[in-house]
Design a protein around this ligand. Sequence first.
Ligand code: AMP
Length: 312
Amino acid sequence: MTETPANYTTAVSFAEKKVVVLRDLESLYRYRFSQAAAWAPVEHLHQEQIKLGFVPTMGALHEGHLELVRRAREKCQKVIVSIFVNPYQFAPHEDFSKYPRTFERDLELLHSVGADAVFYPDEKLVYPNGKDKITAVIPPTPLNDTLEGEFRPTFFRGVATVVLKLFNLVQPHIAFFGQKDYQQWKVIETMVKDLNLPVSIVGVPTVRESDGLAMSSRNAYLDAKARQEATNLYKALSTTKELMEGGKNPLQAAAEAAKLLQESQGWQLQYLKVCHAESLEPVTDSYIKPCVIVAAAKLGEVRLIDNLPILD
Ligand code: AMP
């Protein structure tokens, strides 16, 4: 049976795909309140109350995204995925217009992992007065302006603002984020704590290709040669860890591992650092756990990020 909100107007139900597509606020709210209990802290929900899980994405889905949906399925009775390529988090020179958009295929994949609904708003719904006229959420320093924030100064403002909007629209009990975007995950956790948002955040470990490359929608930009070369990013992270375990301090280990990229074809390393796992403050002198090794590099025109958390 396809679940279709009663009297919907612009919601499209793909009968054969069984994922309800919600494109306007009326459909979203009708669906939201027909499916899940009004918000209550997760720990206060009774067993029989329906918990709503939420997975925000920009589409062009791959196994990494699907893993988030599977995790949401395990913990929640209803799962909504959003697909919205958020213009507010892209700088003017970045890849907003060429970002891959594969909605029909995404729907099929979502169906295959049992998502219940997809919220697929257009830009006008999210930014009725234009993205430049919005009340913004600015995460605190150093989360906002180091590492990714140094190279993409307005990125986390864009992410935090849209995620807060999506939380308010969907009103999930639990939201799922990938550790692949480690700093983003910490930005969202911090926003939820700082602004007392009524949602629990779950971070899902990075899903990788068999050769170690972290799955990413942007991997589609890599040609065959670059795709092979791209595995060196994760190798540099693993080498940093090995060197620290062999007794090098984090600064030396990262510098030595960075050579792996600097000596191979086509890389422009932006950062390779060891940071505290929660604050993301740099760890330099001694190997302290929990930490995370984070890196970003351009391979030709394609910018890749990856990380390796070391928790115990
Ligand atoms: P995006 O569509 O790139 O905005 O990503 C949507 C969500 O999927 C974010 O929480 C990402 O961190 C997560 N994600 C992307 N790639 C992966 C991956 N390889 N493994 C786990 N989660 C991922």
